[in-house]
Design a protein around this ligand. Structure first.
Ligand code: SF4
Ligand code: FES
Length: 249
């Protein structure tokens, strides 16, 4: 296979696509294992290995995002660590790039800085509750449909594929998932208005674009976060603005 990979030494240096040839790629390898094989060869040859982000390699942590042939996470709706080489053919030429978004500046090669997501979470992705003895588990009943919807939203792993796929570079699906997750539960109600104002405010303060409901985000999301979460966020946002809520610090 021929891999055309984005190489960029540092955030301030200009990057370029560089071609590499890989052989003996097993169809059972994950995409990251295939990159490991290439990196071992580069190291043995005395070259700088390709920097790429990864951690769990189980589709949980969200750190392994790459653009593969122009598609966020590649040809399957899964994270790159769960993408297997059987999805490609012998002799394929594969383009591999980092997420392309003003909100995710390139750190090195395929690694981008996704700390903008952390700042959105810090702005309101939490509940304030007194600590102490854990309450009895059934003290706060939650309707099944609400807990299911909250769980679906909570499966967002913060990978950033939604931003990378969006022609506007919008982080709306991510923010909506985080707002929905807490806003659907009774425990999230006291700070619901302030939360949505603060998280959307932080999203706007970062270098992300606006949402125009194109839907590319949901199409590539490895966790299947739906566009309905964006409707829910807009509903909450309008409600908070109409109520004159202030984004308490
Ligand atoms: S909404 Fe989906 S694509 Fe976006 S960060 Fe969460 S898991 Fe990744
Ligand atoms: S390495 Fe954790 S989701 Fe891919």
């Amino acid at each position: 296979m021929t891999l055309k990979i984005w190489r960029q030494v540092s955030p301030v240096k200009k990057g370029k696509m560089v071609s590499y040839h890989v052989t003996d790629v097993s169809p059972d390898m994950s995409f990251l294992e295939m990159l490991d094989v290439l990196n071992e060869k580069l190291i043995l040859d005395g070259d700088d290995p390709i920097a790429f982000d990864h951690d769990c390699r189980e589709g949980i942590c969200g750190s392994c995002g790459l653009m593969i042939d122009g598609v966020a996470h590649g040809p399957e709706q899964a994270t790159v660590c769960q993408l297997h080489m059987r999805s490609f053919k012998d002799g394929d030429v594969i383009d591999i790039e980092p997420w392309r978004s003003g909100g995710f500046p390139v750190v090195k090669d395929l690694v981008v800085d996704r700390s903008a997501f952390d700042r959105i979470i810090s702005a309101g992705g939490f509940i304030s509750a007194p600590t102490g003895t854990a309450p009895e588990a059934h003290a706060t009943p939650v309707p099944k449909k609400d807990s299911d919807a909250a769980f679906d939203a909570a499966t967002c792993i913060g990978c950033g594929a939604c931003v990378a796929a969006c022609p506007n570079g919008s982080a709306m699906l991510f923010t909506a998932a985080k707002v929905s997750h807490l806003g659907l539960l009774p425990q999230g109600q006291p700070e619901r208005d302030a939360r949505v104002l603060r998280m959307v405010g932080q999203q706007d303060a970062e270098d992300f674009g606006g949402c125009t409901n194109i839907g590319e985000c949901s199409a590539v999301c490895p966790k299947g976060i739906s566009m309905e979460t964006i409707s829910r966020l807009n509903h909450d946002l309008l409600g908070a603005l109409r109520a004159g809520a202030v984004p308490a610090s």
